[in-house]
Design a protein around this ligand. Structure first.
Ligand SMILES: [Zn+2]
Length: 162
């Protein structure tokens, strides 16, 4: 199924799978990739201005965790842990929520959503994740937060590619 994606520069592109478009570098995520390996690609979706939020997507168009090859599995856990470490060490992020659903319209990708004090009012259960993301997108989409997000992308990239 083809989907229309509107880029941050206002251009619209038609893609089969957003994750494929990103990981193949057909489209560049705002702020750029945070880290790339032969099997994975990490970026931030700046539509949700949450400092240190990372989306880790596989390069291959697969849906299920069980479709990962041995090499991909090792790379995945290594990357998740390294990104988590960087979030803690250079951004001071104490807790992260991980979210990944297999029945996505894109392909295999894991959200790493840092927790901040303002999120407490949405609770700590799985049901809090969507309201938190929507609140960030609708209520916290200001210049200050966007600048922080862009800075955090750079900081993480520097740390992870050092
Ligand atoms: Zn794909």
């Amino acid at each position: 199924m083809l989907r229309n994606i509107t880029l941050s520069n206002g251009k619209t592109v038609e893609v089969e799978c957003l994750s494929c478009a990103l990981t193949s570098r057909m489209i560049e995520p705002e702020g750029g990739a945070i880290i790339e390996t032969a099997f994975f690609h990490a970026h931030q979706d700046v539509a949700y201005p949450i400092k240190g939020l990372v989306i880790l997507a596989s390069r291959r168009h697969i849906k299920g965790m069980d479709e990962l090859t041995e090499e991909e599995r090792l790379d995945y856990i290594q990357l998740l842990a390294n990104i988590r470490k960087a979030q803690r060490e250079v951004l001071g992020i104490e807790s992260v929520y991980y979210f990944y659903n297999e029945d996505t319209t894109h392909h295999f990708h894991t959200w790493m959503v840092p927790r901040y004090p303002w999120m407490e009012s949405f609770g700590r259960s799985i049901e809090s994740v969507r309201p938190v993301l929507l609140h960030a997108r609708n209520e916290r989409n200001n210049e200050k937060n966007r600048m922080e997000v862009m800075q955090a992308i750079k900081t993480l990239r520097r740390e992870l590619n050092a």
